[in-house]
Design a protein around this ligand. Structure first.
Ligand code: NAP
Length: 300
């Protein structure tokens, strides 16, 4: 089991309280990661996982505010439902139409979405500048929405959206293009999920982002959405799946000589942004990363 040294946590009666609401929540890796950041910063605070059924979300959020919580993360299935509890939305949350971070400030609930910004920060850490790139995104769910919208805002040239259910790729492409306003051409284009589209799109791309659960240990371990021969050395391969860390796709990318990036870094960066929002200070990202990797090793 992943453990944070309780001695390292200085929890007093005045402790700042934060946490994560999900349903279920027991598999969340945010508690070890955030508590490691709290311990490293020497803050009197604690981050608690809370299993909250969808119907109870409003009651629980009001209760946590009354109990003096600083804020919470919300995860599946609350990211869209929590919007109705928010008084003010960040630009990112408004664009994506979902929140993952709530901050309770005086009589207001502020809502943020740190997934997309976390994704962009993880690219920056790896030295990848998205402006001008042609990108292929696999999937058209919540993660794809957040990532595609942030990539579009970061100035990518083209986003090929490939999804098993083609209509959803079309809907997401329309949403992305509608956010670009005066841009002269459609940045996002939907494509069907078939070998021809995948090969063709990848051959013209410099960045591939897998946002499907294909390859996840609890979904389809050892599987990959693509074939190794479709990858090329100029392609950066980003798998948002982080469990296992070395997915089949990551291993294929390494074989093909690509820069291969794991979703663990997105998880760290979105968590670091939540920490900044709640505590107004820079977290120790190295400690967060170490705690996440330790927790991931222990979940195997
Ligand atoms: P979601 O909203 O349920 O969307 C899942 C997407 O994957 C849909 O487009 C779905 O296609 C597609 N899909 C599912 N199974 C598939 C299969 N067997 N073959 C091909 N496509 C398949 O989920 P989400 O919230 O976007 O999350 C998706 C994944 O992203 C998660 O599993 C997680 O690993 C990763 N993620 C990582 C982070 C991070 O911080 N690293 C954050 C969020 C999510 P249809 O439309 O056809 O159903």
């Amino acid at each position: 089991m992943a453990q944070v040294d309780p001695v390292a946590l200085k929890i007093s009666g005045k402790a700042k309280l934060v946490g994560v609401l999900g349903y279920p929540v027991e598999h969340s890796l945010s508690p070890p990661m955030q508590n490691a950041a709290v311990a490293a910063a020497g803050i009197d605070a604690v981050y608690i996982p809370m299993a909250v059924a969808p119907d109870d979300l409003g009651t629980v959020v009001n209760g946590l505010r009354a109990a003096g919580f600083v804020g919470v993360n919300v995860t599946i299935p609350h990211k869209v439902n929590a919007l109705r509890l928010v008084d003010e939305l960040s630009a990112s949350a408004e664009m994506v139409g979902a929140v993952n971070t709530l901050h309770f400030v005086e009589d207001k609930v502020l809502g943020y979405n740190t997934d997309g910004t976390g994704f962009l920060q993880s690219l920056a850490v790896a030295g990848v500048e998205p402006a001008g790139l042609t990108v292929t995104v696999l999937g058209a769910g919540g993660a794809a929405r957040s990532i595609a919208l942030h990539l579009a805002m970061a100035g990518v040239e083209r986003i090929n959206l490939i999804n098993r259910t083609y209509d959803k790729a079309g809907e997401l492409a329309a949403v992305v293009n509608s956010h670009l306003g005066t841009n002269p051409h459609s940045v996002a284009r939907p494509h069907p999920w078939d070998e021809r589209s995948l090969r063709e799109c990848l051959s013209h791309s410099q960045l591939l982002v897998n946002t499907t659960p294909v390859g996840m240990s609890s979904h389809s371990p050892g599987q990959s959405p693509v074939q190794t021969q479709w990858l090329h050395q100029e392609l950066v391969v980003y798998d948002t799946v982080y469990n296992p860390l070395r997915t089949e796709l990551i291993q294929q990318a390494e074989q093909a000589g690509c820069l291969a990036l794991s979703g663990s870094e997105m998880l760290v960066m979105q968590g670091a942004e939540s920490f900044r929002i709640w505590f107004g200070q820079e977290p120790n990202v190295d400690e967060m990363r170490r705690a996440l990797l330790r927790a991931l090793r222990n979940t195997r």
